[in-house]
Design a protein around this ligand. Structure first.
Ligand SMILES: NC(=O)c1ccc[n+]([C@@H]2O[C@H](COP(=O)([O-])OP(=O)(O)OC[C@H]3O[C@@H](n4cnc5c(N)ncnc54)[C@H](OP(=O)(O)O)[C@@H]3O)[C@@H](O)[C@H]2O)c1
Length: 254
């Protein structure tokens, strides 16, 4: 899908991956309508809205269409996590996380995909995580939200296959952003924090996503080395689960 000359609805561009993506997409000639609670810098239209609230999502779509007339590409990038055992995570935290990570993405797709189908062209990009493919036990319910987002993306791609509208999945690994601090609660395992030097940057993810859009990729795994973990988890699930459990135990008896 061509980025130059396209109108893009991008969520979560006030920070991290979304902010870097807004810069890269604008540099490649797109007009970006960016949506998040805080304002987004350097975009054609900055819309402040809480994507956890259905009425706010409707308002954001209305504002983007009023400013740009049509949306060619929807990028569901906004996301939030919670570091807590699934069996004692407050249900309100889980609902909030699923509202942003999953229901918001589906809702925005339902609001914007019909006009793409009518034009016979468009793309929905969903930013999931490597956690959608390999469940991270310090992030069980976050992994569940991203696994559901992946299933939605795969199904949507098949549903729309004959319409000219595509769906692309993005699976970042560990990226240096404010994500770990913006969680609804808890803290990551020490080994994850100390491994931060191996993390990729928002800029690298933005480049991979923009390149993926332009070559009509099905899935963008970034860094690509993430596929090795996915393969290992498929071939030797007990071994990988054991390693992940050991990392979880480094959190202590919280
Ligand atoms: N960082 C990582 O290691 C990593 C790895 C894999 C996947 N991801 C995924 O990548 C995406 C971007 O994360 P990031 O690392 O760039 O994190 P980030 O720096 O915390 O950015 C998250 C973005 O989502 C927006 N957002 C969160 N809740 C929102 C809400 N209720 N309404 C509107 N916007 C909301 C935030 O904007 P406001 O706060 O202004 O609302 C912010 O712009 C997320 O979907 C995340 O799950 C991140």
């Amino acid at each position: 899908m061509r980025i130059e000359g396209s109108n893009i609805f991008l969520t979560g561009a006030s920070s991290g991956i979304g902010a870097a993506l807004a810069v890269e997409l604008t540099r490649r000639g797109a007009r970006v309508a960016a949506v998040s609670r805080r304002a987004s810098a350097g975009v054609a239209v900055s819309i402040q809205a809480d994507l956890a609230i259905p009425e706010e999502r409707a308002r954001a779509v209305g504002a983007a269409l009023a400013a740009l007339d049509r949306i060619d590409i929807l990028i569901n990038n906004a996301g939030v996590g919670v570091y807590a055992p699934s069996w004692k995570t407050p249900m309100d935290d889980m609902r909030h996380m699923f509202e942003v990570n999953l229901f918001g993405a589906v809702d925005l797709t339902q609001r914007l995909a019909p006009s793409m189908v009518a034009r016979g062209s468009g793309l929905v990009v969903n930013v999931a995580s490597i956690a959608s493919k390999v469940t991270l036990p310090w992030f069980t319910l976050y992994s569940a939200s991203k696994a559901a987002l992946e299933a939605f993306t795969r199904g949507l791609r098949m549903e729309l296959a004959s319409t000219g509208v595509g769906a692309m999945l993005v699976c970042p690994g560990y990226v240096k952003t404010n994500f770990q601090n913006a969680v609804l609660g808890g803290r990551p395992p020490e080994k994850l924090v100390s491994g931060k030097r191996f993390a990729s940057t928002a800029g690298a993810v933005a480049l991979a996503v923009a390149d993926g859009i332009e070559r009509d990729a099905r899935t963008v795994m970034t860094p690509a080395l993430g596929w090795a973990l996915v393969a290992a988890a498929r071939l030797a699930p007990g071994v990988v689960d054991g390693r992940l459990r050991a990392m979880l135990e480094s959190i202590g008896d919280e």
